[in-house]
Ligand binder design. Structure first.
Ligand code: PEP
Ligand code: MG
Length: 576
């Protein structure tokens, strides 16, 4: 009997294949006593396992650096290698073997539980998630100790792929599978930012995660369909269902190849209005994706990723190199670089260790930059120096007060004066813009328009602050609503005011890359979208079918509505 199981869709597409169950080695660990005369042997067994896993990871690392896998995967492998070398992990387990006279795998699991508990108490969600790396490294060690054969699936000859079903997958696991005709990933745990999700997306393999006890429901070799777009798996499907999904899969493939043909087409609406589609990036590593989508520029470079997760901050030269690399890769296209937005969920090592009562409302973004003028000045100097190489624009996040802009502008002038004195080149006319992310800013645009050259609406934060919902708090995620009438009024008001005063306005929050809102934003008058580069071609396709003359009056009517269900229905009807 066919049945379906629902989870979270984290990597789009459809896969049809046979189940390959990955065992959960950690559940198989027994505890036994080791006689004192065998302790040395037990420690040697542990050391050997560590050396084996180190070798495996170094091998995987070589694959990632040879360009056969995504660079993010390489970073995960590095992190796991670091953990393996950390005394908190292996040395602590060695001590347990000695003091409790226990077997090595049991000692490792004890130490893992202790570390995971410590990670759980970390406030920062990114660091908290790293507990998964600890578990994955220990699981690898335990598998070696238990003498498990490698868990690579057999290569199939029937043309169908393999659906890997696991409790969780480490990035290293996923690279190991690369030559094994893996069609899909299915896991018990995980969310949109889990490793499996990130890696599956980068390898373009459909994946559904967060299916709880799915491993208990499936048998090895069973036929399943993974619908990574809807977040469903269909177990033991009949011939008709398989045929239907085959058809949908080929339609999706045709869609995808058609999209690539739009790469060099200008995003122009049916009534001839040209729209700029720009990319959001976190650093030079994202440039290949920007190139393959042929973005019209960089609308948001989140520079904080250069600062977070490290002990020593990048100096002026390191920053200059990173900014220059991006500017030079985008000749004659605008590159909007945002000054670092740390704080809240993007903490700097050691800086936000004090317990802030409410980090989202605390010292973050421009507030943090202005509280560390030396560090801010270093970034401004690096940005200005990079401006000598192309069309660089500087953007300041989370502004709410006129004096914040004035202080930023004064620091930029100071940086310029220093560079002039040092005879270092920069673009004298570099444009300075600000992000509209706080309702107070969206409601007092005059003071921004008088001081700045462009605005960009950060809808992620604008929604968070308008609705008083911490965007990193799962408990209130259901209240995060881009279509709330208050949010729509603030976005539309900002776009309209910018147009009235001739100031360019873009949207660079997630809404810009979401097909559900393209017509709505176009109808509000938005002409500059900035999004994850992977979304650009899909959004372009939607724009090519849109007619602004038709959309504008419909959107004006939506903006007068204040009943959420009616707004939602009307926005859905806008989609061509
Ligand atoms: C936003 O808030 O919409 C935005 C683009 O900035 P970030 O997501 O980096 O806070
Ligand atoms: Mg923001």
């Amino acid at each position: 009997m066919p049945f379906t199981v629902h989870g979270l869709p984290v990597s789009q597409g459809i896969a049809i294949g046979h189940v390959h169950l990955i065992s959960h080695a950690l559940l198989e660990v027994n505890h036994y006593h080791v006689a004192p005369r065998h302790i040395e042997d037990e420690l040697a067994r542990l050391d050997e396992a560590v050396a084996t896993v180190q070798g495996e990871l170094v091998g995987l690392k070589a694959v990632t650096t040879s360009g056969q896998a995504h660079s993010e995967v390489g970073a995960f492998v590095d992190l796991q290698l670091m953990m393996l070398a950390d005394p908190m992990l292996v040395d602590a387990a060695r001590q347990l073997v000695e003091s409790r006279r226990c077997n090595a795998e049991w000692a490792l699991v004890q130490q893992m539980e202790h570390l995971v508990e410590q990670f759980r108490q970390i406030e920062d969600p990114y660091l908290r998630e790293r507990q998964a790396d600890v578990v994955q490294v220990i699981e690898r060690l335990v598998k070696v100790l238990l003498g498990h054969p490698g868990h690579l699936p057999p290569k199939r000859r029937d043309g169908l792929g393999t659906i890997v079903v696991a409790h969780d997958l480490s990035p290293a696991d996923t690279i190991g599978f690369r030559d094994h005709n893996i069609a899909g990933f299915v896991t018990d745990v995980g969310g949109p930012t889990s490793h499996t999700a990130i890696v599956a997306r980068s390898l373009k393999i459909p994946a559904v995660v967060g299916l709880h006890h799915v491993r208990d429901l499936l048998e090895d070799d069973e036929l399943v369909i993974v619908d990574g777009t809807r977040g469903v798996i269909i177990v033991a499907p009949g011939d008709e269902i398989i045929e239907e999904y085959r058809l949908r899969r080929s339609e999706l493939e045709i869609e995808r190849s058609k999209l690539n043909r739009l790469r060099d087409t200008r995003a122009t609406t049916l009534d001839g209005e040209s729209i700029n589609l720009m990319a959001n990036i976190e650093g030079p590593k994202d440039l290949p994706a920007v190139k393959s989508a042929n973005a019209d520029g960089i609308g948001l470079y989140r520079t904080e990723f250069l600062f977070i997760g490290r002990d020593n901050l990048p100096d002026e030269d390191e920053q200059y190199e990173a900014y220059r690399a991006v500017v030079k890769a985008m000749p004659s296209k605008p590159v909007t670089i945002r000054t670092f937005d740390v704080g809240n969920d993007k903490a700097l090592n050691g800086v936000h260790s004090r317990m802030e009562p409410n980090p989202a409302l605390g010292l973050r973004a421009v507030r943090y930059s202005l509280s560390e003028p030396k560090m801010f000045l270093t970034q401004l100097r690096a940005l200005l120096r990079a401006s000598a190489h192309g069309k660089l624009q500087i953007m300041v996040p989370m502004l709410a007060h006129a004096q914040e802009i004035d202080q930023c502008l004064a620091l930029i002038e100071k940086a310029k004066a220093e560079l002039r004195a040092e005879k270092l080149k920069f673009d004298e006319g570099v444009q300075i813009g600000g992000m509209i992310e706080v309702p107070a800013a969206a409601l007092s645009l005059g003071m921004f328009i008088r001081r700045l050259a462009f605005l960009s609406i950060g809808t992620n934060d604008l929604i968070q602050y308008t609705l008083a919902i911490d965007r990193s708090d799962e408990a209130v995620v259901h209240l995060y609503d881009p279509l709330h009438p208050a949010v729509l009024k603030l976005i539309a008001g900002t776009i309209a005011t910018g147009a009235r005063y001739g100031l360019p306005v873009s949207v660079c929050g997630e809404m810009a890359g979401d097909l559900a809102y393209t017509e709505l934003l176009l109808g509000m008058g938005l002409r500059n979208f900035s999004m994850h580069p992977g979304n650009i071609l899909e959004i372009k396709q939607q724009i090519l079918r849109a007619d602004l003359g038709e959309l504008a009056p419909k959107v004006q009517r939506i903006l007068k509505m204040d009943e959420p269900a009616r707004i939602r229905e009307a926005v859905e009807r806008l989609v061509a």
